[in-house]
Design a binder for this molecule. Structure first.
Ligand code: ZN
Length: 121
């Protein structure tokens, strides 16, 4: 908050205790360019061609890009090319990636009819 200001921070950082990183399923990548770590958000965002190559390979390992460009209203976060999430299934990751949808959009379209309601006691 002190470094980036309130508006940017709220768009890019989770409220303490609510980060997807706490699930153990999300991680942030960073770049090493010409032997130097590139790990500040404003620096990493300057390499869209490198991120595109990385994003192409995510699904085969069961990962998706979590916070897509233009999907801020759905995810609640601005575009973060470095933030990826493991979802276990390369097939599902490929489907989500190919459709260009968010995890929220994917999950909201899953059928829910097989879930039994809780029994009355
Ligand atoms: Zn992250």
């Amino acid at each position: 908050m002190k470094k980036y200001g309130e508006v940017y921070t709220k768009r890019t950082a989770a409220t303490p205790g609510f980060s997807e990183h706490h699930t153990g399923l999300a991680l942030d990548l960073y770049l090493i360019i010409d032997g130097k770590d590139v790990d500040e958000n404003e620096d990493m965002i300057q390499y869209p061609e490198i991120w595109a190559k990385i994003h192409e390979k995510l699904a085969r390992y069961g990962f998706i890009l979590r916070y897509l460009e233009g999907k801020e209203a759905i995810t609640g976060y601005g575009y973060e090319p470095w933030h990826i999430r493991y979802i276990d299934s390369p097939e599902t990751a490929k489907e989500i990636t190919d459709k260009g949808i968010t995890l929220e959009e994917y999950l909201n379209k899953l059928p829910v009819g097989n879930v039994a309601p809780p029994a009355d006691e």
